[in-house]
Design a protein around this ligand. Structure first.
Ligand SMILES: CC(C)(COP(=O)(O)OP(=O)(O)OC[C@H]1O[C@@H](n2cnc3c(N)ncnc32)[C@H](O)[C@@H]1OP(=O)(O)O)[C@@H](O)C(=O)NCCC(=O)NCCS
Length: 141
């Protein structure tokens, strides 16, 4: 299989929203993809969207807003491909510290981020709209 990471464009809006809606309870609408503040990428196999990445950089800080891999494609090293891409892009922009928030009960994602050297800095109580708590995690790069 041949996978490529490319910059997100509006042509992929429906496919990305479908992917996110299949992975998270929250409904994602096109508004979510409209802000121009973040950097967004998609992971393609042919013309099929199998992953999505979103991050922000501000001076020497970076924030991973989303890493998502289609369930059928998880466990194949694609999350690794996306996070390594994100960390490399941020480093090239001069980022020294990367942050992210993750739902405290999302063990798979917490372990995934730990695997790449992220450490829990604090718990953000009631961070999510449904009242769920988040771990704020950080990695120096
Ligand atoms: C978290 C997620 C991105 C991981 O993607 P993935 O493609 O399944 O992960 P990979 O196959 O690339 O695995 C990468 C590494 O993480 C490790 N890993 C993956 N899942 C793991 C788990 N449940 N526990 C421990 N380690 C795990 C793998 O062993 C691998 O380690 P290695 O590089 O040392 O071999 C994916 O599960 C996902 O999209 N989840 C739903 C969306 C989500 O919750 N995103 C995070 C919040 S924004």
């Amino acid at each position: 299989m041949n996978f490529n990471i490319i910059a997100y464009t509006d042509n992929y809006e429906t496919k990305v929203l479908d992917l996110l809606s299949s992975l998270f309870k929250k409904r994602y609408t096109s508004e979510y993809l409209r802000s121009n503040l973040s950097n967004r990428y998609i992971l393609l196999e042919g013309n099929t969207v199998v992953g999505f990445l979103e991050f922000l950089t501000v001076l020497d800080s970076g924030e991973i807003l989303m890493i998502a891999v289609d369930r059928k494609y998880q466990g194949m090293g694609l999350g690794k491909m996306l996070i390594e891409f994100a960390l490399r892009m941020m480093k090239d922009k001069g980022v020294k510290e990367v942050y992210l928030d993750v739902f405290v009960e999302n063990d798979k994602a917490v372990n995934f981020y730990r695997n790449y050297g992220f450490e829990v800095v604090l718990i953000r109580r009631g961070y999510y709209s449904d009242g769920g708590d988040a771990f704020l995690m950080r990695k120096r790069i």
